[in-house]
Every structure is written in C-alpha cells, then in structure tokens.
Ligand binder design. Structure first.
Ligand SMILES: Nc1ncnc2c1ncn2[C@@H]1O[C@H](COP(=O)(O)OP(=O)(O)O)[C@@H](O)[C@H]1O
Ligand SMILES: O=C(O)[C@H](O)COP(=O)(O)O
Length: 378
C-alpha cells in the first residue's frame, strides 16, 4: 500500500516535518511493509520557506528584521537559481512572536516584512513570492509599505503611527515603493477580501486579540486606507477592498495587490513546487492534518487543498488534527473521508484530553498513525 503523508504544521506545537514523522513511526509499528511517502506541506503561513527550501534547494539567506512590536527578530529569504526569492510574512508579522497579553492588532505592524522584501530586492530577485498567513497584524500592510518607502500620512501631512487603528486617520501617502521593478506574488493561505463581514478584521481580528469594538474600528480604518491606496498609489487596482486574498495576513494581501502584485494560492504554489500531484496520483491513501481543523481550514489552507486534490482522483483522505470542529458533512464535501482529533484520542476535553494533546502531540500522532494502519493497511 502507498500512503502519502502530507500534513501542515500544528501551529504552536509541532512543525509539519515532525507531524509527518510521528504518524509514519506509528504506521510502521503496525505495517512496516507499506510504502510511505513523506511530504510536509505549508500554505503561505509558518513553515512556507522551510518546506520550499527542502523541495527546491536554493540558498537560505539570514535577514535580521523586527517583529510586530518592533523588536529584533531573525528572518530569512530563500533565493533560487531562477531569480525567485521566497519569504514568509510570519517571520516578521507572526502571531507566534507575541505573548498572549501583547496581541493587539490596533498596534501591531507589518513593518518587519519590509526588511525581508528589501533583502530579496537587493539580492537581485526578479520575482518575490511572499507567503502570507499566521500573522498577528491587521494593518493592511501599511507597515510594509512604510518600510518600502511609501508612508501613510494624516490630514495634516504627518506620518501615522504604526498599527491598524492609526489608519482611521489616513488621508494620503508620501513616497514611491523601492522595488526596482520586481514582481510581487502573495502566496495566501486564505481567500478572504480585505473588508467587510468576510474581511481580515472580522474573520481573523479576534484571534489576534481584537475585541468586537476593535474589529469595527479596524474594518473602518482599513476601508479608509484602501480608498487612499486606490487614489494615491499608481497601479493600485480598483475595488481593492473586495479582491480575493486581499484579507490574508491582516490585509498584507491587499498591500501587495496595491503594489501591482498578484495573489496566488499558497498551498497551490507549494503543492506544485514539491510535485504533490504526481505523489497523489500514485497514492492509495492520503493523510494530511493541521493543529485545528475548523471552518477556516476550508478557505484555502493545506487540508482543503490536499483533500480537494485527493477527491478529484478518488483517493481517500484522512485528516489528523489537534482539534476538530468541522462538521462531518462539511468535511466530506471538501473531500475528507475521516477526521481524528488528538483531544478526542486522549479522552476528550472533559477528561484532560486538551492538555495531553498540547503537551504530547507526537505521542498521540504516533498512536493515531498506528490506528490508521490497522484500519487501512492490508
Ligand atoms: N497538539 C495540539 N493539540 C490540540 N490543539 C492544537 C495542537 N496544536 C495546535 N493546536 C490548535 O491549533 C491551533 C492552530 O491551528 P493550525 O490549524 O495549526 O494553524 P492556522 O489555523 O494558524 O493555520 C492552535 O491555536 C491550537 O488551538
Ligand atoms: O491573517 C492571517 O494571517 C491569515 O491569513 C489568516 O490567519 P491564520 O493563517 O493565522 O489562520
């Protein structure tokens, strides 16, 4: 039997490589003769550069940058032989860089991503592919634009402070982007637009620390910012607030569109790069997974991409997750044959299953791998 193991990371507990390794170990304890193909995945979020570096080769260049609160942090860019640079917004904007009490998308900034983009430009990249996802920012990419030389100004012509909330006072822009003609591609993990009910602030603001009131304020501030970008940034597409992917990573998608870039599906780009279609063609079973299999999963993340591709080929697809809150019918229509959660595996939330899932994820995944082998291998 040929089993394809292609999970995403379990954010906060295990990188994708370790998820796959744990499941494989459990499977082999039961069915050692099976052919296991291990292909860790990423959408545009954390792990994007590491997964692509493994698949594409190229040079990983360390780049010092700053986190969403302006503190020094380490980033890197991947430069491949064909003149493309890959970078990951979460290295500078990541929610994981903030302690729980620091999460406040009114104040956090995407400024640090500018250092990564600038490094890619300075390395002579012709195309810069920016993975979006897992961010703790909701500033519509205002910080990124500032770092690239385009400063948002208030009515009096003063530079605005960082953060999403300050954009409520934006009235104009100063400067032009220092991009030397590179093509920007946003590799997005979600297809949400910048604004409105399905927009960045409403859907992803709360997980970044926004209260209900903050969400309303941020959505209005981003609406004003989008109007200014359309008016003052040459080449910015009209209707910026409604374009798919614009709401990824707190509106970084929209900033990249405003800079003349385009949005592409992060998981689509990664699956192509690592040759996943051929691996799927040859598989009898696909196992994927992520930390939380929930309603967000089906908006363009790894699990949705893998399950859809498996369904198209008639290959069964099992999801392993820390927690599962997607309904059976919804999961089935996305191509998911079965979904298992670590929390349930460890006895359910009432019986301490969540603590066990969070503290012993590899052990749980190994056991689930063995259970799947007993069920599926013959
Ligand atoms: N080992 C685990 N057990 C239970 N829940 C987990 C585990 N690891 C991660 N999670 C949950 O998954 C969430 C992250 O979701 P995930 O799907 O990995 O990333 P994202 O949605 O950011 O792409 C975490 O906030 C946590 O609630
Ligand atoms: O806002 C973001 O960073 C994402 O596009 C959606 O968030 P998530 O990847 O952390 O779920």
């Amino acid at each position: 039997m040929r089993v394809l193991l292609c999970p995403d990371k379990f954010a906060g507990t295990l990188p994708a490589q370790e998820v796959a390794a744990a499941v494989a170990e459990g499977w082999r304890e039961v069915a050692d003769g099976d052919d296991l193909l291990i292909r860790p995945l990423a959408d545009g979020g954390p792990g994007f550069v590491a997964v692509l570096a493994e698949a594409l080769g190229g040079r990983r260049v360390p780049v010092p940058t700053v986190d969403p609160l302006g503190r020094p942090t380490d980033g890197e860019i991947l430069v491949t032989d064909d003149g493309t640079a890959y970078l990951e917004s979460a290295q500078a904007c990541g929610l994981h860089l903030l302690a729980a009490a620091e999460r406040d998308p009114k104040a956090t900034t995407s400024y640090g991503l500018g250092a990564l983009v600038t490094a890619a430009v300075e390395h002579g990249a012709r195309t810069v592919v920016i993975g979006l996802g897992g961010s703790g920012t909701n500033d519509g990419g205002a910080g990124l634009l500032t770092a690239l030389g385009v400063t948002p100004l208030d009515e009096a012509g003063r530079a605005l402070p960082y953060g999403g909330a300050a954009l409520a006072a934006v009235a104009g822009l100063d400067g032009a982007p220092r991009l030397r003609g590179v093509t920007l591609v946003a590799a997005t993990d979600v297809d949400n637009p910048l604004l409105g009910l399905h927009g960045a602030s409403n859907v992803y603001g709360p997980q970044k620390g926004a209260t209900r009131e903050d969400v309303l304020l941020l959505d209005a501030a981003l609406e004003r910012f989008a109007g200014v970008l359309e008016k003052d940034l040459p080449g910015c597409p009209p209707g910026l607030g409604a374009l798919p992917g614009g709401g990824a990573a707190g509106g970084l998608g929209a900033a990249i569109l405003a800079l003349g870039g385009r949005c592409a599906s992060g998981i689509g780009l990664v699956t192509e790069a690592i040759g996943l279609p051929a691996a799927l063609d040859a598989a009898d079973l696909v196992i994927t997974g992520e930390g939380s299999f929930d309603h967000q999963s089906l908006r363009g993340k790894v699990v949705a991409g893998v399950a859809g591709a498996a369904r198209d080929r008639g290959v069964p697809c099992v999801v392993l997750a820390g927690q599962v809150s997607t309904g059976r019918r919804e999961a089935a229509s996305a191509g998911v044959t079965d979904a298992y959660s670590l929390v349930e595996h460890f006895g359910g939330e009432e019986r301490g299953g969540l603590d066990a899932a969070l503290s012993r994820p590899a052990e749980g995944l190994r056991q689930l791998g063995a259970r799947l082998a007993r069920q599926w291998s013959r």
